[in-house]
Design a protein around this ligand. Structure first.
Ligand code: DQA
Length: 150
């Protein structure tokens, strides 16, 4: 089973960015924890981070022709306004799980809406790095349920 983990705009600066909301783990630390969990779960993962919305959408399009079973995405601020990203995710016929480090519902009103939620199976937020770990577990479970039984 192969899970694509997407990290959006500004997330390359985790660890150096507003620790009150995002803690002190860097993106490399998050990737290391998810790699460890992937080994435990017996799945393979690929991480992709970009600050370019166009690059992110192109990466999602590529997944159409790849053996990807599910997607975990933290889209950063794109979450709240990118209909283009929502449309790209909607093209995929595999489960998509939305994750956020911070509790977006306890923050500024513009963060309360996710325009991606419509195309995601569910959303996990507010648990720091654990949000990603729970998201990866959910993605694996959903992908396993989608697999044909024969
Ligand atoms: C975030 C929450 C977003 O509102 C914000 O724009 C981010 C990070 C999170 O992980 O908590 O960049 O996605």
């Amino acid at each position: 089973m192969h899970i694509l983990i997407l990290h959006g705009v500004n997330l390359n600066l985790f660890g150096r960015r507003n620790p009150k909301h995002y803690g002190t783990a860097s993106l490399a630390d998050i990737v290391a924890r998810l790699d460890q969990l992937a080994i435990e779960l017996g799945v393979s993962t690929e991480h992709f981070q970009t600050n370019s919305e166009a690059e992110m959408i192109t990466r999602i399009h590529r997944a159409l022709d790849e053996p990807v079973n599910a997607v975990v995405i933290n889209a950063g601020a794109w979450t709240h306004y990118s209909y283009a990203l929502a449309d790209a995710l909607d093209i995929l016929s595999i489960p998509v799980v939305e994750v956020h480090m911070s509790n977006v519902h306890a923050r500024e009103p513009f963060r309360h809406e996710s325009v991606l939620a419509r195309v995601c199976v569910g959303s996990i937020c507010g648990f720091g790095v654990l949000s990603y770990e729970l998201g990866l577990r959910a993605a694996c479970q959903l992908a396993a349920e989608q697999k044909p039984t024969s």
